[in-house]
Design a protein around this ligand. Sequence first.
Ligand SMILES: Cc1cc2nc3c(=O)[nH]c(=O)nc-3n(C[C@H](O)[C@H](O)[C@H](O)COP(=O)(O)O)c2cc1C
Length: 225
Amino acid sequence: MITPADFQELVRTRRVARQFLPTPVDSELLVALLLDAQHSPSNCNTQPWVVHIVSGAARDLLSNALPAADERGDLTPDFEFDMQSYTGVHAQRAQFSGRACYEAINVARDDQQGRLAAMQHNLSFFDAPHVALLFMPHIHDYVRSASDVGMYAQTFLLSLHARGLAGIPQTLLGLYARTIREVLGIREEMKLMFGISFGYADPQSLANFVAVGRAPLSESVIQHC
Ligand SMILES: Cc1cc2nc3c(=O)[nH]c(=O)nc-3n(C[C@H](O)[C@H](O)[C@H](O)COP(=O)(O)O)c2cc1C
């Protein structure tokens, strides 16, 4: 029986990893992770997620194609991502977490090369042996299905953590949606929300387990009695 203390520990100690070991995830374990995520709730139980797990030679093909697309400036997101649209407290939180991540790996504020390299590390999946690419079909304005995919992602991340693995959701991968579809032979109608690189976190890496904290409840919750 899972105790509240177990659950609290699981949720509050999960962190994204940004450096993985090459060790692949055993196929039985992978199925268990996917079955956990499959139990995520969704609008009317529609389960609109379509998940491509990319490993081995396909993973290597993609990790070559993405930096090449980046070099060509071939950005083809299915859904726009504009950091400028985050203002006020949201921009502050983003700056704070960005700073914490760069400080953890000793990249100085004015080290543009170091920052670029850290960003580009996304495109080789932070050396993870697997990436889960979360697609969904066209359903109205995508908002309901996007929230379902978010539910799926969180269950997957928690399942990874519970089983001694780690993952990182990556909006950045979604910026290369067309390249990813072309490399993997995925139909144009399937839209890419984001990817989750996953595997075993490198316990020696400074990039891992950076604690970025959370806002106090008073900034997020309004109670009505
Ligand atoms: C939907 C989503 C997309 C994200 N995209 C990226 C990304 O492209 N690159 C990256 O390094 N981190 C990405 N992150 C990781 C966040 O920066 C991280 O979850 C946040 O700083 C909180 O850290 P924690 O998950 O370790 O608590 C993403 C997280 C989410 C939920």
